[in-house]
Ligand binder design. Structure first.
Ligand code: MLT
Length: 244
């Protein structure tokens, strides 16, 4: 099993990701919010690459079962129903709903992966479910870190540490024969350096500090929880749903 980690999704396009096994991580906050929405009963997440696509798709879906969620500069997009805080995606709001989802980096990485063979959405909050699924898959895969929004797709420490935690957990117990690329080894080294307190690490990262500044300190607490949302979002057709 070969594990690769890319620290940005910028240099990939759909064709390069086609038929690959992919894990998308955007801990702050798109992957965590996707996991939270589905854990709270959303029917599906429809990731799109830009606002124009979100508007276009909304027009072709029934209004009462569809919500638009996402962000620009961390804040809700005008005309959308929801922002990008996992705390907004409550059962009362999202149960049974299809969510057209547009964020700066996370939904773009998910949308680019729509022709993947397998696509899993990972965060700290569903760590064990992701690791278990990758063990069962027992095949090569690429972890695609979405990066953060300061400058689109920039290296993001919290995503790299999360990727490193997946790699480390797959190594124990040593049942699988793993081949790690330089990216996977670098992610693992970062997890070993910064993984002791995930919340503490997040509070010092570029995007973590930005989210605190714009009033989302509570999101860091949610996004740093380990196994607090034990569900597995995966690609189903061209949308993301929970694995049954
Ligand atoms: C993104 O997709 O870039 C992020 O999820 C931004 C955010 O924190 O809302």
């Amino acid at each position: 099993m070969k594990i690769d980690v890319s620290f940005s999704a910028n240099h990939f396009d759909e064709l390069q990701l086609r038929d690959k096994n992919i894990v998308v991580i955007d801990v702050l906050r798109a992957s965590t919010t996707t996991i939270a929405a589905l854990a709270q009963g959303a029917r599906e997440i429809i990731p799109v690459a830009n606002i124009e696509s979100a508007v276009k798709i909304s027009g072709s879906l029934f209004g009462e079962v569809t919500l638009r969620g996402g962000e620009r500069s961390g804040k809700m997009i005008e005309g959308f129903n929801l922002g990008n805080s996992p705390l907004e995606y409550t059962e009362a709001t999202v149960k049974g709903k299809s969510i057209i989802y547009c964020t700066t980096n996370g939904s773009v990485a998910m949308s680019k992966s729509r022709y993947a063979r397998n696509l899993l959405i990972a965060g700290f909050v569903n760590m064990s479910a992701v690791v278990q699924s990758l063990k069962e898959l027992n095949n090569d895969f690429l972890i695609l870190c979405a990066g953060h929004s300061g400058t689109s797709g920039n290296f993001s420490l919290e995503d790299a540490v999360c990727a490193g935690m997946i790699v480390t957990r797959l190594q124990k117990p040593e049942l699988l024969s793993l081949e790690l690329t330089d990216g996977a080894r670098a992610a693992q080294a970062l997890y070993k350096s910064f993984g002791r307190s995930i919340l503490k690490m997040m509070k010092t990262t570029d995007h973590g500090k930005y989210l605190v500044e714009i009033g989302y300190a509570g999101d860091l607490e949610i996004c740093s929880g380990i196994d607090t949302m034990p569900v597995l979002p995966q690609l189903s057709g061209t949308v993301i749903k929970l694995k049954k």
